[in-house]
Design a protein around this ligand. Sequence first.
Ligand code: ZN
Length: 582
Amino acid sequence: MISVRRVYSGALARDADKIRQVQEIFRSTFGEVASYADKIPDMLDKPFSFGYRTILLTSQTADRKVTGFSLILHFPEINSSLLDFIAIRPQIKGGGLGSALYEASRDMLQRLGSRGLYLEALPDDPSIVKDPALLKENRRRLKFYEYYGVYPIIGTAYETPIGDSPAPHLLFDPLGRVQPLNRRDCRAAVRLILRRKYGDIVSQEYIEMVVRSIKDDPVRFREPRYNRVETSRPRVFPDERLQREMVLISSPVHRIHHVRERGYVQRPARVEVLEQVLAEMGMVDRAVPKSHGGKVLREVHDPDFVTYLKTVCEKLAPNRPVYPYVFPVRRPERKPRELAVRAGYYCIDTFTPLDQNAYRAARAAVDVALSGAEELLDGRPVAYALCRPPGHHAGRRVFGGFCYFNNAAVVAQALSREGKVAVLDIDFHHGNGTQDIFWTRSDVLTVSIHGNPNYAYPYFSGFTDEIGEGFGRGYNRNFPLPENAGDERYLDTLDRALEVVGRFKPTFVVLALGYDTMAGDPTGSFALSVRTMQTIGSRLASLGRPLLIVQEGGYSLRNLRRGCAAFFRGISRVLLRGLGTV
Ligand SMILES: [Zn+2]
């Protein structure tokens, strides 16, 4: 697990050693500007003499060997930042370290309220860069940033060479914000960046020439070059026909739930990436969630469990998550008295912490989901409830697997008042909580396709012989798949699952959607391609039933971006056909 920490000042012995290692990496990586390394301690300790705040993040091994760092300058007057340097220790190869540092930097800046992150990257144009090795490296870097939706600013004179060497592009990362970058902000930023980075080697006239060259308002960005086939980021004008059909509901409240321990992958950036990609596609309308009372929540979850989560979270100290560690499984009548210890009484694993904000975030996610259900009841064919934390591992009276309240089950319960509901769970992990909640019901069908529990979380449920009981017998179906299931096997299974759903003739379909089935997810082992995500979207839309999509897992930001774009492209194709336009 990669750990990334902020280093505040050389005054602490521990941090002084890290700074020394950062300087060493700096000098061996950026030989041409090696003297810059000498200034790093002062930049951290004397922000006022520099006019900006320096943020240094380091990644390190357990024995405190610094493996990489990112150095950011934050300019308070424009509340924006510059990624000045990011580097990995030369002997270390990849391993996700670059992404970890970049993502940690974004997290940090979002927390500080920064309005955007500027960064430079050398050009990837073969007519400018003749050295094949350098060209390859430049392309790799620009491709990397494209995954995050970060593109070069175009139509300006920023790339005017200063000496003989090619000048870099200026890129802008909006840090999850969807507002366009306006000319005034960009001009102010460019002036500061040029003074700061090149003030010694360029004239004031050069700086003002570049600043004045920024004419577009809002500023324009380069089209995607590397992920075009798969993410196909169509910079289209909003498609109003599709926006009438599809709506996204999300809430900023999820951000309060941010656990920074033990490599917790359920990060706020997940939602931001999804919001951003959908905004860019222009196909989906947006709605803000309304708050709902706790009635449906208490129909799905044991009221005693709901009250416990509320009470314990309110009493926990800020930034002090509690990990369940005592599990009184064989004494169900005996609840440990101490509230924090009692966590294990209601939990199925040891990696889902409670903290001061977990309840409020989970409660907000339930509101997001219920607002999605209302959209369906108002006649919208497709609603996407961007819930975070996820929900499908939360059972009637247990939390776990990063889930607290079962968002999909809550909406299935709400919709079941109006008609039959089929819940299809296509997250990589079995939706044990949803199965548990509707185990004895025949008006809500639960179907799940997932990694076989013999090797995949939650390990104790998701087998084929779990079919429900009593009235619910035959209304729960599990489709466990082998560890490395690929596209073909998956789509065959999806067809079987959709047949089960079709036979049930549901009034509504709730889709528990995880992107952790895609190749490269850190928690899943399937190898689904982007194309398959698109096919899944199309097949779901072809059911022709009102569809409420509830967000579950998926922990690779790159997959979230590409998977979500593909999935909605798949849905839109079917919708457009229905609208008579294709
Ligand atoms: Zn999952």
